[in-house]
Design a protein around this ligand. Structure first.
Ligand code: COA
Length: 387
C-alpha cells in the first residue's frame, strides 16, 4: 500500500508589502532584497488572521473533496500558537466540522513542525489504512519593524491530506534526521517577535542540509542525479538557492540544469509570499507542482529545517495525474488579488496585530466572503467567524 499526500490547500492573507518599497523606506538598495535575499513581496496578516484562521482557510480549499468521517487525525504545526495550553487544532476541528473521535493536537519545533506532523501522519495511515490525516502548517513570520529579519517576514498556511493511494505524491519509507541544541532563532514567551542570529542561522541551515542529504544518500543509495527536484524550507529564497548550489556542485550538466530549473519553479510562490515558517517547505512543494512540468513518477527530495535546531530529509514520488488534484488558477488569483500596502499602512497593521484586542471587542474582516477570521475574544475565549 502506498501512503502520501492526496490533497493540498493554500491560504495567504489579502495584503502585501512590495520589497522595493520596503528597501526605499529602510535606505537599502532594492537589489539587496530582490537579488541578495531573493524576495519580491511579503504577505501581511492583520489582527484578524492568525494560525487558526489561516489553517481553516487553507483546509477549506479541499474539504469538500474528502470524506470527513474518515479523518482520524488532525495535526497543526505552528510557531505562532494562539494559546499556551489549548491547541490551535481544536478551534480548527470545530470550524471544519470534523468527527468527534478525531485525535488532534499541535506540534512545535520551529519550522520543522509541519514535517513532524506529516511523518506522524504517514506512519498513522500505514497502521490505519482506512483513515486519513489532515496536517496543517500555519504561521506569521514576525521579526519586527526595521530589523535585519524584516525582509524575511510573511504569512500563510498550507494544509495537506495524507491517505492511502494518494493522488499527488507517495511518501517513500525512511528519512534522515539531524538535531542539535543551538540558538540560531527562537521566540521567548515574553516576545511577540522572533530573536535571531541571522548569519549563524544561515550557516547552521547549510550544515544541517549537508548532514541530512549526505546521510539520506548513504542510506538509500540515491544520488542527486536521481532526483527530479529538490525542495527546501525557504525562510527566504536565497537560503534554499545556496543549499541547492551545494546539492548540484560537481554534478553533470543535465542534473544541474534540471535541479536549478525546478528550484526556480519551487521558489516562485515564496518570492511573493515570504516566510511562512512551518508551511514554507510545503509552499515550495505547491509551487513546484503548479509551476513546473514534472514527468510521470518524478522523484522529489524534501529538506525540512526548524531552528533550534532539527532537520530532516525525506523523499516522495509524484503521482501520474497529480495536476487534477490542484487549484492552480485559484491559488494564483489569491496571490494576485492581494492589496498592496504602503509602508506606513504595513507598520500600523503590524503594530496593531501585536496587541491582544480588548476582551469583548468585535473585530471585522476585510477579506472576501467565505473566509474565516479571528473576531476577538469573549470572556477571554477566542472567537472565529466565517465572513
Ligand atoms: N545587490 C545584490 N545583493 C546584495 C546587495 C545588493 N545591492 N547588497 C547585499 N547583497 C547580498 C549580500 O551579499 C548577501 O548575499 P550572500 O548571503 O550571498 O552573501 C545578501 O544580500 C544578504 O546580505 P546581508 O548583509 O547578509 O543581509 P543582512 O545582514 O541584512 O541579513 C538575513 C540577512 C537573512 C541574515 C536577515 O534578513 C535575517 O536574519 N533573516 C532571518 C533569519 C533567517 O531567516 N534565517 C534562515 C535560517 S532559518
Amino acid at each position: 500500500m502506498q501512503v502520501g499526500i492526496d490533497q493540498i490547500g493554500f491560504y495567504t492573507p489579502n495584503k502585501y508589502v512590495d520589497m522595493i518599497d520596503l528597501a526605499h523606506a529602510r535606505n537599502e538598495d532594492p537589489n539587496k532584497f530582490l537579488i541578495g535575499i531573493g524576495q519580491q513581496k511579503m504577505s501581511v496578516a492583520d489582527q484578524t488572521q492568525d494560525a487558526v484562521s489561516m489553517g481553516i482557510n487553507a483546509t477549506l480549499r479541499y474539504l469538500d473533496h474528502i470524506e470527513r468521517k474518515n479523518v482520524g487525525l488532525l495535526i497543526v504545526g505552528t510557531e505562532s500558537g494562539v494559546d499556551q495550553s489549548k491547541s490551535a487544532s481544536l478551534f480548527i476541528k470545530t470550524a471544519l466540522n470534523l468527527p468527534l473521535n478525531v485525535r488532534t493536537f499541535e506540534v512545535k519545533e520551529a519550522c520543522f513542525g509541519m514535517t513532524a506532523g506529516i511523518m506522524i501522519a504517514r506512519d498513522y495511515v500505514r497502521l490505519h489504512p482506512n483513515h486519513s490525516a489532515i496536517v496543517i502548517g500555519a504561521d506569521i513570520a514576525r521579526y519586527g519593524i526595521n530589523t535585519g529579519g524584516e525582509v524575511t517576514q510573511g504569512a500563510g498556511s498550507i494544509s495537506v491530506l495524507v491517505k492511502a493511494d494518494p493522488r499527488i505524491m507517495t511518501l517513500s519509507a525512511g528519512h534522515s534526521a539531524y538535531s542539535a541544541d543551538i540558538n540560531d532563532f527562537w521566540r521567548p514567551n515574553d516576545s511577540a517577535v522572533a530573536l535571531v542570529d541571522g548569519k549563524y542561522s544561515k550557516d547552521v541551515y547549510l550544515d544541517f542540509f549537508r548532514h541530512t542529504f549526505a546521510d539520506y544518500q548513504k542510506q538509500t543509495g540515491l544520488k542527486a542525479s536521481d532526483f527530479t527536484a529538490l525542495l527546501y524550507h525557504l525562510p527566504f529564497v536565497k537560503m534554499g538557492f545556496k543549499a541547492n548550489q551545494l546539492a548540484i556542485e560537481k554534478r553533470d550538466d543535465e542534473t544541474k540544469k534540471r535541479l536549478a530549473d525546478n528550484f526556480a519553479a519551487s521558489a516562485y510562490y515564496s518570492k511573493q509570499i515570504g516566510n511562512i515558517y512551518t508551511a514554507s517547505l510545503y509552499l515550495s512543494f505547491l509551487s513546484l507542482l503548479e509551476n513546473a512540468q514534472l514527468p510521470a513518477n518524478a522523484k522529489v527530495g524534501l529538506f525540512s529545517y526548524g531552528s533550534g535546531a532539527m532537520a530532516e530529509f525525506y523523499s516522495g514520488q509524484i503521482c501520474e495525474d497529480y495536476g487534477k488534484a490542484l487549484n492552480q488558477t485559484a491559488d494564483q488569483e489569491m496571490i494576485a488579488r492581494r492589496q498592496k500596502l504602503t509602508i506606513s499602512e504595513y507598520e500600523q497593521i503590524f503594530n496593531q496585530a501585536l496587541k491582544v484586542p480588548q476582551d469583548g471587542l468585535k473585530l471585522a474582516s476585510d477579506e472576501k466572503s467565505g473566509t474565516w477570521y479571528f473576531a476577538g475574544t469573549e470572556n477571554h475565549v477566542r472567537q472565529y467567524r466565517q465572513k
